[in-house]
Design a protein around this ligand. Structure first.
Ligand code: SF4
Length: 454
């Protein structure tokens, strides 16, 4: 794609690195995410996360001010850790750096180690686990922060263990509903798995009489300790395959856990790959329930074809989700005319090409490191019939007068973003229905007569 004649970012198609890290830390049992930086960063992230998940979200902060930019923030970080230990009783404190602390070059692991030694010297209680990750937001996205935090948890906590679970599942950033569905599938295969991170409860729990300081749920720390003893790791996300820093690769290199890399299971083919891998791992066939869901999905592909064939879509968002959506759209007859992401992994284009190679006559246009101004300019040229992505694309869809099917994160202008199901045959079915209905509704809205078959 041709470079555009300006350099500033206008409405980024990505979020901030430590925000992704906080989401990942929130998926560990008993964990409290903490930012080493100014309070404003934590406030922004809390607000963003709460308006999608509609759950309380504590993010602690070392609350640096101007003078710490000159003299360093080590003392504040230690005080902040003390406060979190006293106030929350956390089992794990996940510390992410912000732009400020990365710019001044804070050595967080060294400060944390010093803090741990000080506690022991004073004969205090054994401190919780501390996991730190570097998340300079000026050079990365929320997904890099997310994956970096998952890797840091494994790197700093995992061991071999004896009572190993059969499977490590690294799902990437999926919705709580997605994770619940994946658990249902694993249970049907009687497959004991460590899912890291697991935000299915921590970011979508039940109403309670008393507000818990730390929500229930999340990946048990004891399970993380034993991840090196698992029989296999499934790592979801095609752009992670070529990433030398992926957590799956770390588990393979350090503990020789067999790694199965696959796409996010959206669409028939990617979901078949996921089920096929589970069948191979467990030696069991899928239950009739899932075979029936697959059969219904195929039937609905046939039924939907007249609405979808030849339609043009702009897909945008997190790289691996956008690749999964592209794989799905191509197989139902929609042409993805632009696949856009704010990420710059360098692996997005090849992943899009892989999932469309034997279906589409030519690969879709791909944009890495894009902002919404660039997406808008491209969309105006490409004349799509539909946009598929999160809420930040709303103004473009409105301007173009086309439907927007909301998926991924953040979904701020609709209710239930955390309960959006994207994965498996059932998630694909739900996406298909929403896309077909979005197109029908768009036609009705744009038609002078609307619809008369009542
Ligand atoms: S981009 Fe940097 S300054 Fe802005 S909220 Fe994120 S960490 Fe803080």
């Amino acid at each position: 794609m041709e470079p555009l004649p300006y350099v500033s970012t206008t409405n980024a198609c990505k979020l901030c690195g430590p925000l992704g890290a906080c989401l990942a830390f929130r998926g560990v049992e008993g964990a409290v995410p903490m930012l080493h930086g100014s309070q404003g960063c934590a406030t922004y992230m809390r607000r963003y996360i709460i308006s999608h998940f509609r759950e309380p979200m504590d993010i602690a902060s070392s609350a640096l001010g101007e003078k710490h930019a000159v003299y360093g923030g080590g003392a504040n970080l230690k005080q902040g850790l003390k406060n979190v230990m006293t106030k929350f009783g956390a089992r794990l404190i996940g510390i992410a750096t912000t732009c400020l602390t990365e710019t001044i070059g804070e050595d967080v692991p060294m400060i944390v180690e010093e803090f741990r030694r000080e506690i022991r010297r004073k004969g205090g209680e054994e401190p919780p686990a501390f996991v730190s990750v570097r998340t300079p937001s000026y050079s990365g996205t929320h997904m890099e922060g997310f994956h970096g935090a998952v890797r840091a948890v494994v790197e700093q906590l995992a061991g071999e263990g004896h009572a190993a679970r059969m499977l490590n599942l690294l799902p990437g950033f999926l919705s709580p509903e997605d994770l619940r569905h994946l658990k249902e599938i694993l249970a049907a295969f009687r497959c004991a798995a460590t899912i890291l991170p697991d935000i299915s409860m921590t970011l979508d729990g039940p109403a309670l009489d008393d507000y818990p300081k730390i929500p229930g749920g999340g990946t048990p720390i004891e399970d993380i300790w034993r991840m090196g003893g698992a029989g296999a790791t499934f790592e979801l996300g095609r752009t992670l395959h070529g990433d030398p820093q992926s957590t799956g690769k770390l588990l393979k290199e350090r503990f020789e856990v067999a790694l199965h890399s696959m796409g996010v299971p959206i669409g028939l083919r990617e979901t078949d790959t996921f089920f096929g891998a589970l069948e191979q791992l467990t030696g069991m066939e899928r239950s009739p329930r899932f075979a029936m869901e697959r059969g219904r999905l195929v039937d609905s592909y046939v039924d939907a074809h007249k609405y979808l064939f030849g339609k043009r879509a702009v897909v945008y968002g997190e790289e691996d989700l956008a690749v999964g959506l592209t794989a799905f759209l191509a197989e139902v007859g929609i042409t993805p005319v632009l696949c856009a992401t704010g990420g710059r992994s360098g692996r997005f284009r090849s992943a899009v090409e892989q999932v469309t190679a034997d279906i589409l006559p030519e690969a879709p246009a791909v944009g890495e490191g894009m902002d919404f101004r660039q997406i808008e300019e491209q969309a105006e040229i490409l004349s799509p019939d539909i946009m598929i992505g999160h809420s930040k694309g709303y103004s473009i869809a409105r301007k173009l007068g086309i439907p927007l099917v909301r998926v991924g994160f953040p979904i701020h202008d609709r209710f239930g973003g955390q309960r959006t199901l994207h994965v498996g045959y059932r998630g694909t079915q739900s996406l298909l229905d929403r896309i077909v209905n979005g197109l029908i509704e768009g036609n009705q809205n744009n038609s002078p007569v609307g619809y008369g078959y009542m």
